[in-house]
Design a protein around this ligand. Sequence first.
Ligand code: PLP
Length: 384
Amino acid sequence: MSSLFPTYNKWPITVQEAKGTTLIDNNGKRYLDFVAGIAVCNLGHCHPDVNEAIKNQLDKVVHVSNLFNIEGQEKVANKLVAHSSGDAVFFCNSGTEANEAAIKLIRKATGKLKIITFFQSFHGRTMGSLSATGQDKVHQGFAPLLEGFVYVPYNDCDALKSVIDGDVAAIFLEVIQGEGGVHEATREFIATINELKEKHNLLVVVDEVQTGIGRTGKPFGYQHYDLDPDIITIAKGLGNGFPVGGLIGKKHLINAFGPGSHGSTFGGNPLAMAAAYATIETIFCREFIDAVVEKGDYIFSKLQETLHSATIVKEVRGRGLMIGIECHEEVSTIISSLRENGLLVLNAGPNVIRLLPPLTVSEAEIDLAVELISLALTKVSTCK
Ligand code: PLP
């Protein structure tokens, strides 16, 4: 019997070595990895600059508490602020913690409880973040939830308008719902959010845990829209595999998080900051981001081209290198057979195959992945 809680449906793979877009298991089998630790290893596995930065820091200082000045925090925060519309950063260790910090900051800054989130959203597994998440299956067994959350259908402008009143503190959203099926916010929906923000003096929070750090072909996903969020939450890709998260907030919120209001023993730890700085130094560059856009366009057009006769496919959607292939039926067996054939992909809900390759993926790797996906989906389509 395993000594682990069985909280995950694990794949039958033990990874022994990881480099770039390749994973090698303990039997020597190689996999093309279009999961990247679920949008984490955006620079590919074991990126030399990130690994070197961690190793260098390891021999200097691993940990001091946040009672000390930590140089790396200022460096990483400066870069995050320079590439976003925020003005100050709070560091933590994960996406759910970044969202917990956002929930606390909303309450502290506004004195109000009501926060609007959306059905099929995913914001994490701690009590606040799971309460923010608009999915029953994530809530199951954990009542009572944190009070104040009101869930609304995503991209439904009228439904959103109908729940806004003077008690609402914030609208909290993913600009592309990742776990919920790779659904992108419409321009009309974002325009409605802007209108409501202006009229009712609401805070807007974007959860960029999955869409951030270059994934969608911009440093942050909200930058595809005319949107100026008050709070941006990040994690996953920030450390290329080293656990680190953060909240980026606007100037008008800075005083609400004064000394003693919030904290984390490990948040912004020197090792995490070394990994984060090396990661965003590479990703937040014009050429790197432009290449993500090009690769996204390339994989998208290849998928459109090769999947046109696969009748099982309902829609291919997404942005940059966050792509969903929605099928007319459940995709779990297709994902398992792709895995057996050496390609790792994820689901997003029961019917969507989700592709999240490292942003460093090559054209040849994209070609191979598309070939395997199109073979699998065409085969399933012709068997019907
Ligand atoms: N927010 C979003 C949009 C996510 O996709 C996730 C994880 O999948 C989280 C929050 C939670 O992040 P973590 O697992 O680091 O707590």
